[in-house]
Design a protein around this ligand. Structure first.
Ligand SMILES: Nc1ncnc2c1ncn2[C@@H]1O[C@H](COP(=O)(O)OP(=O)(O)OP(=O)(O)O)[C@@H](O)[C@H]1O
Ligand SMILES: [Mg+2]
Length: 259
C-alpha cells in the first residue's frame, strides 16, 4: 500500500519521456489558470438527483473535491457512480442543491459557457465514446484539433502517450477493431491530452489485465502528483488496495467519505 502522493514502485514505472510529457501537459494547464486556483475546485451542497419522475438516486450529497486530491468513488452497481461523475462533468444538472465548479455556481452559468468550463475537466467514460470514423491517433488528438492547435505542436506527444499505454501498434486503426481494453486506453489518453485540472475516470481498469491496471493507476497517480485532482469510479477492490487514498462510497443514494 502506498500513499497517493507517492509513485508506485512497479513495472509500470513511468519512463522519462512520458514523465516529461505529463509535466508539460500539467504545467501548461497550471500556467493558464494560475489566477483562478485560489478557490476550491468543486463543491457540492445538499445535492439531489432523480431521472424524470423516478426515485431520487442521489440524496443530500455534500462534499468537496479539493485541489490536487486523489479519490476513489465506489459502491455497488446502480448506486449512482456514473450519475455522480456526470454531475461533476456538468453534463447533467442536479434536481436540487448547489454545485460550485471552480468557484462558480453552475446553475448560473449560461449554457454557451459550459463547454469552456468542461474543458478543464477530463473524463474517461465507462463506454469510451470514441468516434468510430476516426483513427486511434485522431480520436486522442481531437480535443487539441478542436481547439485549433497546429498538428506539429502535439503530434509527438500524442504518439508518445499512445505508445506508453501500449497502443503503439494501433495508432492508425479505427475503434471498431480495437479490443475493449485498447479502447479504454485510447479513451484515457484522449482525456489526458485535454490537460484537465480534474480527471474523472469511470471504471478505467474494467477491461484490462492486472499489470495494465497497475500501469494505468501509475499514470493517474503521476498526473495527480503533478497537481491534477483525480476521481476514479471503480468496483475494483484490488486496485483500491494498492493506494491509500480517500474513498467516497455511494450506497442507497447517500455518500460516505473515508479520508
Ligand atoms: N439516463 C437514465 N435514465 C433513467 N435512469 C437512469 C439513467 N441513468 C442511470 N439511471 C438509473 O440511475 C441509477 C444509478 O445508475 P448509475 O449508472 O449512475 O450507477 P453506477 O453506480 O454507475 O452503476 P454501475 O456500477 O453498474 O456502472 C440506476 O438505478 C440506473 O438505472
Ligand atoms: Mg457506472
Amino acid at each position: 500500500m502506498v500513499n497517493a502522493s507517492q509513485r508506485l514502485p512497479s513495472n509500470g514505472r513511468l519512463s522519462g519521456k512520458i514523465y516529461r510529457l505529463l509535466t508539460v501537459l500539467v504545467n501548461k494547464s497550471r500556467g493558464e489558470t494560475k489566477n483562478r486556483l485560489s478557490c476550491p475546485l468543486i463543491h457540492f451542497e445538499n445535492v439531489g438527483l432523480r431521472y424524470g419522475m423516478g426515485p431520487e438516486i442521489l440524496r443530500d450529497l455534500t462534499f468537496d473535491i479539493p485541489k490536487k486530491s486523489f479519490q476513489f468513488l465506489t459502491g455497488p452497481s446502480g448506486a449512482g457512480k456514473t450519475s455522480l461523475l456526470r454531475l461533476l462533468f456538468m453534463s447533467l444538472q442536479p434536481t436540487r442543491g448547489l454545485i460550485r465548479m471552480f468557484g462558480r455556481d453552475i446553475s448560473e452559468i449560461p449554457r454557451p459557457e459550459l463547454p469552456l468550463l468542461r474543458r478543464r475537466v477530463g473524463i474517461v467514460f465507462q463506454d469510451f465514446r470514441l468516434l468510430d470514423h476516426l483513427t486511434t491517433y485522431e480520436n486522442v488528438a481531437l480535443p487539441l484539433r478542436v481547439r485549433g492547435k497546429e498538428e506539429s505542436s502535439y503530434k509527438t506527444d500524442v504518439i508518445e502517450l499512445l505508445k506508453w499505454v501500449g497502443l503503439g501498434e494501433r495508432i492508425n486503426v479505427l475503434p471498431p477493431v480495437l479490443s475493449g481494453g485498447e479502447k479504454q486506453r485510447a479513451a484515457i489518453a484522449r482525456a489526458l491530452m485535454d490537460r484537465p485540472e480534474v480527471l474523472l475516470a469511470d471504471e478505467p481498469t474494467g477491461n484490462v489485465d492486472p499489470p495494465m491496471a497497475r500501469r494505468l493507476l501509475n499514470l493517474f497517480l503521476e498526473l495527480n502528483r503533478l497537481g491534477t485532482a483525480v476521481v476514479i469510479a471503480t468496483h475494483d477492490l484490488a486496485l483500491m488496495e494498492q493506494v491509500e487514498a480517500r474513498r467516497m462510497i455511494l450506497s442507497g443514494g447517500h455518500l460516505d467519505i473515508y479520508d
